[in-house]
Design a protein around this ligand. Structure first.
Ligand code: NAD
Length: 365
């Protein structure tokens, strides 16, 4: 088995605590990974005077893999979100957010098992906005949808479905109203679906999807959609399984982009829709992260819940073909969550981060 090196970003707030717990759990599960520890976020400003040091970018370019704990983003002013900069710089076009019922985590449903694949670079998030008049009484935001950007994320969704033994891909859109941009996404999906006769395909309008998700989430398997709808629906799906605190995520690209980055962390990566640049060895790039933030209110107390980062690490292990270790890690997490004695405070338990991690490791069997 090859032993990939992964850029490890401990992050801010509870980041170092949940990272230490996750690294312990990966080792116990038999994950074969080497770590290149690099800094980003507020801790990188303190240590290097830069929220995204060049050494961090170079490390991810070299390894093509990152496991990232949450990073603090100053509100209103200060430096730009490092999370967004990293996604753009490495052209991480597919945001993958599984939502699966976790026994022991309070939620309204017991049978959710779906994955949302969100296009991560285009749509209204392309950043094309302006005021129409000098008095700023009207503004315009432009949604960019390209065939290139649509095809690569839809292909990713079908390939994901095939790799993970999932039976159906549902494409979510608003093509009844946005006939050109969303129509292009839908048409591209219908074309791509013909190449995957083994996977069932259907499409659904986004408003109907929102309603069906909260009535019958078991109807869904893999959902693929554009950036704005994906942003909203993936948080909705996290709500179906008990909230953002335990949700994992992956951001997947084709290859690290050869672009420059300024000391303030501003990326000048490939424009939306453009093919990603050449990477050393042409390796795909992927970044795995918990969905929650830095939880500054509980940082340093040893009580943070590392589940989101552990489940993100399981996705990383799957990604590097270490499925057996991923399975052991997930099984440990599921069993530790199912036991009220070993849950952390945010889920109504009394266990510390270390006690929960001990239970995860014990339960791997
Ligand atoms: P948050 O997710 O950090 O905290 C919201 C609440 O959830 C808090 O009460 C916190 O204690 C709790 N919580 C979150 N994660 C937890 C965990 N693992 N275990 C136990 N409790 C947990 O959201 P926020 O307060 O809005 O943001 C704080 C900072 O995090 C901000 O600087 C924000 O920009 C940043 N942030 C980063 C990311 C990221 O890096 N991906 C995502 C969201 C927010």
């Amino acid at each position: 088995m090859t032993r990939p090196t992964v850029s490890l970003i401990e992050g801010d707030g509870i980041g170092p605590e949940i990272t230490a717990a996750t690294v312990r759990a990966i080792d116990a599960a038999g994950g074969q990974l080497d770590w290149d520890r690099v800094d980003a976020g507020a801790s990188a400003v303190t240590r290097h005077g830069d929220p995204l040091p060049a050494a961090t970018i170079e490390s991810i370019k070299r390894t093509g893999l990152a496991l990232k704990a949450p990073l603090a983003t100053p509100s209103g002013g200060g430096y730009r979100s490092v999370n967004v900069t990293l996604r753009q710089h490495f052209d991480l076009y597919a945001n993958v957010r599984p939502a699966r019922t976790l026994a022991g985590v309070p939620s309204r449903f017991t049978n959710v098992d779906l994955v949302i694949v969100r296009e991560n670079t285009e749509d209204l998030y392309a950043g094309i906005e302006h005021y129409i008049d000098p008095r700023r009484t009207a503004a315009e935001s432009i949604a960019i949808i390209t065939r290139f950007g649509s095809e690569r994320v839809i292909v990713y969704a079908f390939e994901y479905a095939r790799r993970h033994g999932r039976r159906k891909v549902t494409l979510v859109h608003k093509a009844n109203i946005l006939k050109m941009s969303n129509g292009l996404f839908l048409d591209t999906g219908r074309e791509v679906a013909k190449r995957y006769p083994d996977i069932e395909f259907d499409d659904m309008i986004v408003d109907a999807t929102a309603m069906k998700l909260v009535i019958a989430p078991e109807r869904f398997d893999v959902i693929v959609t554009m950036n704005l709808f994906g942003d909203i629906l993936s948080d909705l799906a996290a709500g179906l399984i008990g909230g953002l605190g335990v949700a994992p995520a992956a951001n997947i690209g084709d290859a690290p982009v050869a672009s420059s980055i300024t000391a303030s962390g501003t990326a000048s990566g490939a424009p939306s829709g453009a093919p990603s640049g050449a990477a050393p060895g042409g390796r795909a790039c992927a970044m795995f992260e918990a969905v929650h933030g830095t939880a500054p209110d509980i940082a340093g107390k040893g009580i943070a819940n590392p589940t989101g980062l552990m489940l993100s690490a399981a996705m990383l292990l799957d990604h590097v073909d270490q499925g057996a270790a991923a399975g052991r890690l997930r099984a440990g997490v599921m069993a530790a969550l199912a036991n009220a004695e070993t849950r952390t405070g945010d889920l109504g338990g009394k266990a510390s981060t270390a006690q929960y991690t001990d239970a995860v490791i014990r339960e791997m069997g």
